[in-house]
Design a protein around this ligand. Structure first.
Ligand SMILES: Cc1ncc(COP(=O)(O)O)c(C=O)c1O
Length: 375
């Protein structure tokens, strides 16, 4: 039996009629970009997260980019984040001429190490923002990070691209700092039929600026008090996401159940001496970790992956090369060994199949694949 890393068709099938009805209505209306579908979806996400403002846009990357533009991040500014994340987190900073400064991760959670963050903030000038990334669907240590932001007078912007629906003990991922953003890339817990993203924030003036920036800084029509871009979201993506949103918590709970199954069966198979499993920062809390990915780690990662691939089991490596070692960031002057935990994670971690429709038989197949490798 082969096991896919992710099969989106299984989520699509039961909602197909609703999607097709929405597509027909949008096609008939020819209201294709932004408009009432987007406004309704924005209101729904704002209500879901408990924030006053949500601004939809074309991707998680554009969400971050327009937010940094709104805050005036540019040349001479520093933005502090981790090197063990998707490229966009630092790429958006660099695109604006600002400098990403990296801080290593906590190896247990893969999120920013707050002691090292404190140290970096103490010795770094011109810090314009701190960006914790809630990697794989679990929040970084926001209580400590928000306190550091306050001490240093620096806003905390949450990269919640992978974490819509994850709850920190203080509240929803993305809503606890100055602003946060989500990606609706199809592999996310809430995925569009293409690219889409969103910023959430508390400040109405910031939200208004974001709405202008996503449309070339235009306000009113054909007058441009500022320079923005085309970061607009389509009506079709808004409709798809709005149809899916009421299911999000059930889907995330389904991912948690599958994570619990892996934990139980991997332990039962006697594999805990070989494989490290995800660590939950706040055990017991419902939806504290929403398992956008279920990450195991072993120094034999590459051989394990080849073994699982040969058995037809889908896996992925998030991410094989930390950002400080990327060619395009060579000018930042980092070298191998600067962020040892990020480098070790990049060499040792492997994502196993996890999605709400994954069957018990498929999960048993994955565990048998792991067992037969280490036997
Ligand atoms: C941590 C993180 N940040 C940012 C992004 C960018 O989102 P998008 O792919 O929607 O542009 C992603 C998406 O993969 C992500 O995982």
């Amino acid at each position: 039996m082969s096991v896919p890393l992710l099969d989106l068709r299984r989520q699509y099938a039961p909602l197909k009629k609703q999607f097709l009805a929405a597509f027909e209505e949008i096609a008939d209306s020819q209201a294709l970009i932004l408009g009432p579908r987007t406004e309704a979806f924005e209101r729904a996400v704002a209500e879901y997260c408990g924030v006053p403002h949500a601004v939809g846009c074309a991707s998680g990357t554009d969400a971050q980019l327009m937010l940094l533009m709104a805050l005036g991040v540019g040349p001479g500014d520093v933005v502090v984040t981790t090197p063990y994340t998707f490229f966009a987190t630092a790429g958006c900073v660099a695109r604006l001429g600002a400098t990403p400064v990296f801080v290593d991760i906590d190896p247990a959670t893969f999120n920013i190490d707050v002691a090292k963050l404190a140290d970096t903030l103490n010795r770094t000038a011109n810090v314009k923002a701190i960006i914790p990334v809630h990697l794989f669907g679990q929040c970084a240590d926001l209580a400590a990070i928000l306190a550091l932001g306050k001490t240093h007078g620096v806003p905390v912007l949450e990269d919640a691209a992978q974490a819509l629906g994850a709850r920190h003990p203080l509240g929803h991922a993305g809503t606890l700092g100055e602003a946060g953003w989500f990606s609706f890339y199809p592999t996310k817990n809430l995925g569009a039929f293409g690219d889409a993203g969103m910023v959430v924030c508390h400040d109405g003036a910031l939200a208004a600026k974001l709405r202008a920036l996503r449309n070339h800084g235009m306000e009113p029509r054909y007058f441009h008090p500022m320079i923005g871009g085309n970061f607009r979201i389509d009506a079709i993506q808004s409709a798809v996401l709005h149809i899916k949103l009421p299911h999000l918590d059930t889907w995330s709970a389904g991912r948690r159940d599958r994570a619990a199954f892996y934990r139980r069966e991997i332990e039962r198979a006697g594999l805990l001496a070989h494989l490290a499993l995800p660590v939950e920062s706040w055990p017991g809390g419902e939806l504290r970790h929403i398992y956008n990915q279920f990450i195991v780690r072993t120094p034999r990662r590459d051989d394990l992956r080849a073994h699982l691939t040969a058995r037809g089991i889908g896996t992925e490596i998030y991410y094989p090369l930390p950002l400080h070692q990327q060619e395009c960031f060579a000018h930042l002057g980092y070298k191998a060994g600067d962020f040892p935990e990020s480098e070790r994670a990049a060499a040792e971690t492997l994502a196993l199949p996890i999605f709400p429709e994954l069957t018990e038989a498929e999960q048993n197949e994955v565990v048998e694949g792991l067992r037969s490798f280490f036997a």
